[in-house]
Design a protein around this ligand. Sequence first.
Ligand SMILES: Nc1ncnc2c1ncn2[C@@H]1O[C@H](COP(=O)(O)OP(=O)(O)OP(=O)(O)O)[C@@H](O)[C@H]1O
Length: 963
Amino acid sequence: MLSPVVKASPESAPQQPPPRGREKILVTVRVRPLSSREIAQRDPSAWDCIDFKSVVFKVSHPDRSPQTKSYKFDRVFGPDSVTNAVYEEGAKDVALSALKGLNATIFAYGQTSSGKTFTMRGIVENAIRDIYSFIEQQRDRNFILKVSALEIYNEIVKDLLVADGGPLRLLDDPEKGTVVEKLTEDTVKDIDHLKRILSNVEAHRQVGETMLNEASSRSHQIIRLTVENFPQKLTEEPAVVNSLVATLNFVDLAGSERASQTLAEGNRLKEGSHINRSLLTLTTIIRKLSSQVKGKSVHLPYRDSKLTRILQNSLGGNARTAIICTMSPAYSHVEQSRNTLFFATQAKEVVNSARVNVVVSDKELVKQLQKEVARLEAELKTDGGSRPSNTEALLSEKDAEIQKLRDEMRQLYLQRDQAQARLDEVLKKASDEVPEGSSQHSVSPTSTFQHPADQASPSITKQTPTASVMLVQEIRKLEHMQDELGEDASRALEALQKEVECLRLAQSGMNQDSATTIAKLQAEIRSLHKAKHNNRNKMSSTFAVSSVRISVRDEIKRLNSFATVDENIADTTIATLEEQLESVQKSLDTMLLDSKCTSEGASPRTAARRKAGTPLTSGTSASRRNLPPENSSSPRARRTLSFENNENNPPSSRENRSLLGHGSQKQTPLRKKTDPDIAGASKELTPKNQRNSSVDIRKMQSMFKTAAEENIRSIRAYVVELKERVAKLQYQKQLLVCQVLDMEANGGLNEDENQNDPDLVCMAKGIPSMSKFLETWPTLFTKQRKQIVQLWDTCQVSIVHRSQFYLLFKGDPADKVYMEVELRRLTWLQEQFSQTTQESGCEDDESSSLAASLRALKRERDLLAKRIKASLQLEEREELFAKWQIPVDSKQRKMQLVYKIWTDTQDLAHIEDSAKLVARVAGFWEPGKAASKEMFELAFAPPSNKKPWVQGWNAILNNLGAM
Ligand SMILES: Nc1ncnc2c1ncn2[C@@H]1O[C@H](COP(=O)(O)OP(=O)(O)OP(=O)(O)O)[C@@H](O)[C@H]1O
């Protein structure tokens, strides 16, 4: 790097860094003389500089009331003062700090035409003269000066060292703070070079004519000198200081102005608004800093303007700062002058903490770090004794927190119990009203498609006094089903664990004990299957949900809160199940590794003997103890079916032979068993039977492995299914709640309305119209979906909800009830919104639900934008940007993308793409997977009868059969 070193003169004294310290900003005020224009307009002087430190408003003007307030500052310069004096007393000391390694900034602040540029020019001239004069006197230190200059015009940063530089970006550097990217920095050769550079800077600055100033600076200008100095003899090892570096900023702010006074319009007006905005940020920061209570942190909006971002250090940070406030003395500018004085008064209170910026050599740095480490180690040792008490304090604090949480939980339980008691009361009261057999008419909106008349939408059924009870009962049933699903999930785990136990035993070599245990497990699995069967029947009847109308909003709300608790429990169960599945998978992997070793490293017989005593894992039995009793279509229950099917019939000789190896027909009798299952299984798995060729054992192990893996996969799928069913139940419940709201809002449909719809009439009369329905449904579906899309947009509904709904309901006849309820829910919502808007008279009213929805929607979009990067690969993102026509070089492309989706309600392709994009980003859809039903498996049918986990064992049996 070309770094001309400025040689120090022989007579200079060795430089010592000044102490670091907190000091207030130096604030001076300069009142310029009346301008020729002001004199011509007979605009009199309104201010008196009564001494070197005070300025006071004159009371002599006839139109104004007497003002006696005097404003005091570090120094006040009257109209007769010269710039040299302003420099000497208002800037010099601060400016020359840069030579001692302290950052420094000189601001000129004031209204337009008050003399900022005039004053700052003189300050810069004086400062560079003194800087060079000082450097000339230094003999044992070398100096390097660099200069850069920028302006902020309409919030765009421009390099003033180049003629036509484009806008520059601000970057956050962890060490340097905000830096201007690619800003030119020239190394200064000498004072004349610097003067030439500065005159070029002036030529590049934005200047324009306003009513108040023929050459008004329309931008904020920052000239920055970076001064670095270091000892001349670099070979000398310095004790502490090697080299000092500091920046000196000369800031000529654009003038604060009133559009009315400058008669600004067009570009000037736009400039003015930018100028005023950034000055507002500056004044806000000064105000906050001045009123800041020591030790209390407040938010300082440095990032609100580029000016304050760049100058952050100079405002309450690591810099010495001087502010020269300029003002016109004219009466016509009194208000603006007052503002300037007010700003100056606040600035006086701001405290900076300038530090010497030492550049330490690497060697020195290592030394210092070593010292620091030693110091910290020493501290740690001395702190050692006091730590236990700290820990104790922390522990007791945590204990208190836990206790508080417990109390809160207790309160919540209490509230829930009270609510439950109230609900039971309501139910009891209402059930007295239910005429016998009324529940016989109920039909399930959750079942697969049924006759439209049976599937009557909520709007069709007449409201009856017993409806509330029925609906509440339905919701209770749904909640109960959620519970059962949770239990089912637990059973799935239990079944899996038992499978694993069987597998473990089988792999560890079949001896009498293990055979007995396997048989026991199988018996348990069978009994679980029976429980499942019973539960299945129960579930089927529960699925008969009637379509009813009610007006029991309160009960529903309470129910909802209970349901949330239940869902959470189900979720937790499922999450636990998933975790446990993972660990089971790991155990299996380990076992398989073991078995591989066994078959490769030792004869199966030896291995079998070695492992014969392997007990059942205690973890399995422990977790089994925690499982809830009874029920369901769990994988374990379904899995049991395969055993049952095969074990209830005596195994064929071929099956036996296959399972036990060749020549296993001769069975060694076991000890007497009363349980036929155990006896049966034991017969199959005698040690004698184990003594077969290693090929068979390996085959068997491999088959067990395949089967177990298959089962794990199946159980995973089952867990997914459970989750979906929980979601489905939740949705059904929402639908019922919607009905309640809907009925409350509409007071029920009247007969006439029903008569307009032939389908409804048909239903009302109980005439089967399946064929008619199937014929008209596609058209009706398209129409309803269009309406729904439109209403989503009007009501500003969540785009995640829209996407889920859109992808889920694709026109299956069974979707009818959901389409109708969604439509009615949205219509109700729209009415509510328009009612609220009419009442408040304002769409933006804080209380307006629509405004709240809009805000929520915005938050949702912002969140999605943030997730795009995590959810999509770069390639996929680029494809999407291209598809949605977002320019490659434009800014905030992710944000642009999320604000483009779900905006066109008429374009079906747009909606489809939007839904898929949201689903992908929100994580409920993967590309390549079919949408809707495959995604959610929400056929809304009673639990499926397919038994995916049977496949694994069937595969074994098939393979065995083939051996
Ligand atoms: N102290 C002073 N003595 C004599 N003339 C002055 C003084 N201060 C300012 N002026 C004159 O007043 C006019 C406006 O000054 P200047 O351009 O410095 O104002 P400004 O505050 O920088 O305005 P803007 O914010 O519009 O750029 C100029 O013609 C300048 O020469």
